[in-house]
Design a protein around this ligand. Structure first.
Ligand code: GLA
Length: 487
């Protein structure tokens, strides 16, 4: 007989547990009852995430190394007999929304006049994706009350947590159960209805995360392997106070399509037929059969220029401009006339190497999991060396994101700089252009580090009182993935 713990670990479906009685759940339950006149029949909780290393490479097919946060999207729900969704948010900034649901084709996801998504569009993405998967077979509508505490537009995956929570609630309401990997893939696909061509990292960690461990996530097939982080390391998240909403601009999609074009050209110039299908930089490497290091050389040989004009790309790929747009570009990148292919491809292959190195160092530095804590016990000297090597990889990642991928922000660079003065390495996390930085901080420096950031960044640079700054900078421990609570 498997022990309770073993059967829990073996289970491949989103776990279902008895609703805990904590203050947040009780408050949400009261709000729900005041609004809908009954208690919720179930809750869904989906965490945000911080990516430790492996940025902007998931959509290129390369592994990433995130962990789930304590902050989450909590949804209180109950079924109704009409085909409709009633949506409320505990934060009054987010207005209520109701809609009839007939077919997934009829769910329209349109942004506001400035091209910014409405908050409920993310919920609609989750429901649209679920309904498409169910081929429009819907038994129950839903009344949903949402309470999120992941700071929005901060690179901590609040949007993916919301899409995933909506999708999971909807599937559960229709009595459908799926494996964690299936639902993570479905949620990744669903979120693309917002207009960005995201990879699957955020949704994967949302469902596959485990407490006390980061996850090494591979795509095709989607799989997560626990990575035990050195015991002396604390990961600190610091908000740059520059908000970044990747669905409100085309910055993100531009990078995605530059990677697509680079992959296509590398394959073409290597003399391998491409069938004009979209191909990732990882698939290109597999087809060419080279190591990551060799691919870096190949990029320098085949993509030597800093800028490629649209007509040059067309001529290398033997397509006309219309064909190029239809085959590889997205609605919001069709107008692009110039592409930075060398820089983007170099970042991707080098970052993929850094992820492998990071993971190897973690697994070499010990692998004992003690009583549910991360339990590396290695001597002080080699512990310091390990942390410093891991930190340097994170710093290199930041430099590459700043210079080659051009997705940093001056505030993020300043956080990285202030950290470095204390010998602490950090990097931007998530899509970038603002949002948060993540730092690898040795435990014994934690207090001093957070104090220094409060003074040097939040107080001096952002005029935020040190007392209020605690909302923006915090230490994290890896949390578990999505869960359903029932009564
Ligand atoms: C966003 C996307 C992810 C990933 C990161 C960058 O969070 O949703 O798929 O591409 O940006 O690493």
């Amino acid at each position: 007989m498997p022990t309770e713990m073993e059967s829990e670990l073996k289970s491949d479906e989103v776990p279902i547990a008895i609703t805990p009685s904590d203050e947040r759940i009780n408050r949400l339950s009261r709000l729900y009852e005041d609004e809908f006149g009954k208690k919720p029949s179930f809750y869904v909780r989906v965490p945000g995430r911080v990516n430790i290393i492996g940025e902007h490479i998931d959509y290129c097919g390369f592994p990433v190394l995130p962990m789930a946060l304590e902050q989450d999207i909590l949804v209180a729900a109950s079924l109704i007999q009409e085909p409709a969704i009633y949506l409320r948010n505990a934060n009054s900034k987010y207005k209520s929304f109701n809609t009839k649901i007939t077919t997934y084709e009829e769910i329209e996801i349109t942004p506001d006049g400035d091209g910014k998504p409405f908050w409920y569009n993310y919920v609609l993405c989750g429901i649209k994706g679920a309904l498409e998967y169910l081929e429009n077979k819907m038994e129950n509508g839903l009344q949903l009350y949402i309470d999120g505490n992941i700071p929005p537009a901060s690179g901590l995956s609040s949007s993916s947590a919301l899409v995933s929570a909506a999708c999971l609630s909807f599937l559960y309401a229709q009595n459908v159960s799926m494996s964690k990997t299936e639902i993570a893939s479905l949620c990744a696909k669903s979120e693309r209805y917002i207009g960005t061509q995201g990879g699957g990292m955020d949704q994967a960690i949302a469902f596959l995360a485990e407490k006390y461990c980061a996850q090494y996530i591979t795509f095709q097939p989607l799989q997560a392997t626990s990575v035990i982080l050195p015991e002396e390391a604390v990961f600190v998240v610091a908000h740059s106070l520059a908000e970044a909403n990747k669905a409100a601009t085309n910055d993100y999609n531009r990078r995605v399509i530059e990677c697509r074009l680079a992959a296509q050209i590398l394959l073409t110039l290597s003399g391998i037929p491409t069938d004009k299908k979209i191909i990732t930089l990882s698939e290109t490497r597999n087809k060419i059969g080279k190591t990551l290091k060799e691919m870096i050389q190949l990029v320098l040989t085949y993509l030597p220029k800093d800028i490629y004009r649209k007509n040059e790309v067309c001529s290398i790929l033997s397509v006309d401009e219309k064909e190029l747009e239809n085959l590889y570009l997205t609605a919001n990148t069709k107008h692009m006339t110039e592409f930075k292919l060398k820089q983007r491809a170099l970042h991707v292959y080098e970052e993929a190497l850094r992820v492998e190195e990071f993971r190897n160092i973690c697994s070499q530095s010990g692998n004992s999991k003690v009583n549910g804590t991360n339990g590396h016990t290695i001597n002080g000297e080699s512990q310091n060396e390990t942390l410093s090597t891991l930190g340097k990889l994170m710093l290199q990642s930041h430099e590459s994101l700043k210079n080659l991928y051009e997705c940093s922000h001056t505030n993020l660079d300043l956080i990285v700089e202030i950290s470095q003065k204390l010998g602490i390495h950090s990097r931007l996390t998530g899509a970038g252009w603002g949002g948060c930085a993540v730092a690898l901080c040795p435990k014994n420096l934690l207090e001093n580090y957070i104090e220094t950031l409060k003074e040097e960044f939040y107080d001096k640079h952002c005029n935020i009182d040190k007392v209020d700054a605690h909302m923006y900078v915090f230490a994290t421990t890896p949390n578990h993935g999505a869960i359903i609570y029932v009564n």
